[in-house]
Design a protein around this ligand. Sequence first.
Ligand SMILES: Cc1cc2nc3c(=O)[nH]c(=O)nc-3n(C[C@H](O)[C@H](O)[C@H](O)COP(=O)(O)OP(=O)(O)OC[C@H]3O[C@@H](n4cnc5c(N)ncnc54)[C@H](O)[C@@H]3O)c2cc1C
Length: 175
Amino acid sequence: MAKRRKRAKTVAVIGAGIVGVSTALWLQRDGHNVILIDKAGPGEGASGGNGGILASCSMVPVTVPGLFLKSPGMLFSADGPLFLRWSYLPKLAPWLLRYLRGCRSQETKRIAGAIAGLVSNSLEEHQALAEGTPAERWLKPSDYIYVYRDRAAFEGERSGTTTRFSPKTRALPSG
Ligand SMILES: Cc1cc2nc3c(=O)[nH]c(=O)nc-3n(C[C@H](O)[C@H](O)[C@H](O)COP(=O)(O)OP(=O)(O)OC[C@H]3O[C@@H](n4cnc5c(N)ncnc54)[C@H](O)[C@@H]3O)c2cc1C
């Protein structure tokens, strides 16, 4: 059967962050006419101010076993990573309870497995996206290192969520 010729379409993509720009570029490379729309400029949202790490190893969710017990300490510490507007708590509670259910070990592993499927080839995908553009020179493959205060902290995390330790991960001695 003769292959049907694909007709170029005109597609509008709303949002010029990394998701919108990637979508627009692949559509364009596929031969479509693309209009990229943003209420601000390109890269004005989260994509403009992020850490720039294509972290294919970042598959462990924030909700890990132990977070539930650590949260109060984080909330009441002046330099802790958590902040809560207490008046908003009643509205937040239903979502928060569902979110904290993710702290169960099995659930953490399930979420990490799903994220792994999305991020494990993030470097290769960005390289393909940047190929032939000036952005190519900004991609620098390198190792990603987690540092632990002591052996106990390392072992504690390892026993809590073995998920961070993919086959590509190596433990390095300290010192
Ligand atoms: C501080 C910080 C550090 C991070 N570090 C990393 C990191 O190191 N590595 C990593 O992988 N991820 C990191 N992230 C996450 C990453 O930045 C985001 O997941 C990613 O940028 C989301 O991309 P996006 O295109 O979905 O959203 P955005 O980049 O926010 O783009 C959305 C765009 O849509 C536009 N828009 C929204 N609504 C409308 C509308 N109604 N009409 C028109 N335009 C609209 C906005 O103006 C915006 O430009 C970080 C995030 C933050 C906040």
